[in-house]
Design a protein around this ligand. Structure first.
Ligand code: UT7
Length: 333
């Protein structure tokens, strides 16, 4: 429940991933790694990688188009487009403006937000609050990333983890229950745990930043791992308490898909059963801001989510940031 009102539902979902598959066996040919190490330490079997002509806005547009079609809403009915991404097509203009142009959604205000892998939940929270406050009726929220474009494929500690994709949700004002609780948080003291150091105003792109590899993602994997397990549990318990629910009341838990060990540890601490947890990290790897949106769309389209189900979304990411949301699913009329 947001501000004591039940006023916002997700009426459409969509996702897009590139066609090119990069398997663990392919990675064995590129860096000193093994299928066995990647499978057992991360649960990832393969991931999708965008080709040189594809950028984040292309995947975001496709996912957005599918979400609009799913809801039966035309682009000119949109009031707001939010794209959550850490891999925008360029520093500016925003990727959301490029999506607006591609869709022809000329009536929509547009902005990007940077919350790492928590991006989709941050975007949903912003859209929900914008609608609840009465300002907007329809928002398209897209989590989209091409992390492959900022990955050093000679660094085995990061290149095996990530994949590209986009997940979208159409969010609309309604008179039925939908979003029951939403919670966001951040701890900027962890800014250097997961970052792209170069190319911004601190270290503008130069021959020196290129030589240092500052155009590639850097991560303290172990620190992020420990943070992730702790914060997924804390954030989940917070929204459950806000909604007056217990873990057993949740029909489907959709966590950020970063690592099967993180997901299993969090699920175990929340006392969730295996069939309450959605997992597709094996198929796509960590798709950053897209991951929860891809999983949600797959779960809806495969019939794993039905009207009345209670869904718990939870994510964590660069910043450091986190977010959790509980949605009571409403079938389309
Ligand atoms: O969306 C948020 C983004 N980030 C994350 O979610 C990442 C969270 N962290 C993780 O998922 C895990 O920390 C990793 C999967 C990144 C690493 O797993 P780990 O079990 O924490 O391994 P580790 O970093 O402790 O490394 C263990 C060993 C090291 O070798 P030594 O020092 O023990 O000899 C690494 O050098 O594994 C080695 N290693 C690899 N070996 C084969 C690291 N990457 C690889 C690799 N292949 N790809």
């Amino acid at each position: 429940m947001i501000n004591g009102k039940h006023h916002v539902i997700i009426t459409g979902t969509g996702h897009a991933v590139p066609t090119r598959v990069l398997s663990n066996l392919d990675l064995e040919q590129m860096v000193d790694t093994s299928d066995e190490w990647i499978r057992t330490r991360t649960g990832i079997l393969r991931r999708r990688i965008a080709d040189e002509h594809t950028a984040t806005s292309d995947l975001a547009t496709e996912a957005g188009r599918l979400a609009l079609a799913d809801a039966g809403v035309s682009p000119d009915e949109l009031d707001l487009i939010i794209v959550a991404t850490i891999t925008p097509d360029m520093l500016f203009p925003s990727t959301s403006c490029l999506v607006q142009k591609n869709l022809g959604a000329w009536g929509a205000a547009c902005y990007d937000l940077s919350a790492g892998c928590s991006g989709l939940i941050y975007g949903l929270d912003m859209a929900v609050r914008s609608i609840v406050s009465g300002g907007y009726r329809r928002a398209l929220v897209i989590g989209a990333d091409c992390v492959s474009k900022i990955t050093n494929f000679q660094d085995r500690t990061t290149c095996v983890l990530f994949g590209d994709g986009a997940g979208a949700c159409l969010v609309e004002a309604a008179d039925k229950a939908g979003v029951l609780a939403s919670y966001l948080g951040a701890d900027g003291s962890g800014w250097d745990k997961l970052l792209l150091r170069g190319g911004g105003s601190r270290h503008p792109a130069s021959a020196a930043t290129l030589a240092a590899g500052w155009h590639y993602i850097e991560m303290c994997g172990n620190d992020v791992f420990k943070f992730a397990v702790r914060i997924m549990v804390e954030a989940s318990l917070k929204v459950l308490a806000d909604a007056g629910l217990e873990p057993g009341d949740i029909d489907l838990f959709i966590p950020h898909q970063a690592n099967i060990r993180i997901i299993e540890s969090a699920a175990q601490r929340l006392n969730l059963k295996e069939d309450q947890v959605y997992i597709n990290v094996d198929e796509y790897g960590n798709t950053s801001a897209a991951s929860i949106g891809i999983a949600l769309d797959e779960a809806v389209r495969s019939g794993r989510i039905k009207g009345g189900d209670r869904i718990l979304l939870v994510g964590f990411g660069a910043g450091l940031t986190w977010g959790a949301m509980i949605i009571e699913w409403v079938d389309k009329a």
